[in-house]
Design a protein around this ligand. Structure first.
Ligand SMILES: C[S@@+](CC[C@H](N)C(=O)[O-])C[C@H]1O[C@@H](n2cnc3c(N)ncnc32)[C@H](O)[C@@H]1O
Length: 254
């Protein structure tokens, strides 16, 4: 994981906080994270950036809207670095509306805490603002609070709608470190959606990750990145998709 220089003081603060909680100096803490996987996981949880939103980069979703109806069979999608699930559920809404032969989604992230939020699929109405009106039917309102004693009042303002069972049955969340992509046990996929994740890796790791993602794509499959994330990357099996404002590639060779 690479953090920009601008985040150095944040990084140092978070590591110092973990050292303080563990009661260790820097070298002892350094040794601890190498042998204690739970502490390593906790440190990762504290360091990663989970910012996300529904339909965060609209042109990428518009591209998929256009392409989804043309897949000849079920569409299998991987939402890479899914954070708290907004990206994944946006893809699920889109796939349900436009894939002609069914779909499934595998969503992964390194952080177990965000995956737990994603799995619940409970969000505030404020978060639904970015969902285009035509997909709002997928947001199912939670029943209104009847008695203050049964539900904490604050939970009603922060989590007041949920993703319906129909979509939930087609989506699987899975903890996975992108640095292990070569060992990913996934089938050949039609769409890999990887946005705002590669920025946390060194340039040469990004290339290795992208090459490994290509191996998971079926012929005709799409790799959708965030715009500007990896402009100088090319691969002999991949052809750039021309769609305004997006950075996407299609697998054209096995
Ligand atoms: C900024 S969020 C992007 C979320 C979503 N893709 C989007 O564009 O809105 C980056 C996510 O990548 C995850 N991440 C960072 N390093 C990772 C790694 N090595 N393996 C898997 N996920 C990772 C973080 O936990 C975080 O949830």
């Amino acid at each position: 994981m690479v953090l920009p220089e601008i985040q150095r003081s944040l990084f140092e603060r978070r590591v110092r906080e973990r050292m303080r909680l563990c009661g260790l100096d820097v070298m002892s803490y350094y040794h601890l994270v190498q042998v204690h996987s739970l502490e390593w996981q906790q440190l990762v949880e504290d360091l990663v950036v989970h910012e996300t939103a529904f339909f965060r980069h609209l042109p990428s979703y518009e591209l998929l809207e256009q392409r989804l109806p043309h897949f000849g069979g079920a569409v299998h999608i991987w939402s890479v670095g899914c954070s708290t699930g907004e990206e994944t559920w946006s893809l699920a809404m889109l796939a349900d509306a436009h894939a002609q032969h069914g779909f499934s989604i595998m969503a992964s992230d390194i952080s177990e805490s965000v995956l737990n939020i994603a799995r619940k699929g409970l969000y505030s109405w404020r978060k639904a603002e970015k969902i285009p009106a035509k997909y709002r039917e997928y947001c199912i309102a939670l029943p209104k609070l009847q008695t203050k004693s049964t539900v904490h009042a604050s939970s009603m303002t922060t989590q007041d709608w949920h993703i319906g069972d129909y979509l939930r049955e087609r989506v699987f969340f899975h903890r996975f470190n992108l640095m292990d992509t070569s060992s990913a046990p996934f089938r050949k996929l039609q769409i890999i959606f990887c946005q705002n994740v590669l920025i946390y890796f060194r340039q040469f790791d990004r290339r290795d990750i992208l090459d490994a993602l290509v191996q998971r794509l079926d012929l005709g499959g799409l790799l959708v990145l965030g715009p500007g994330e990896m402009a100088d990357w090319d691969h002999p099996a991949m052809k750039r998709v021309k769609y305004a404002g997006t950075l996407a590639y299609e697998r054209v060779k096995i």
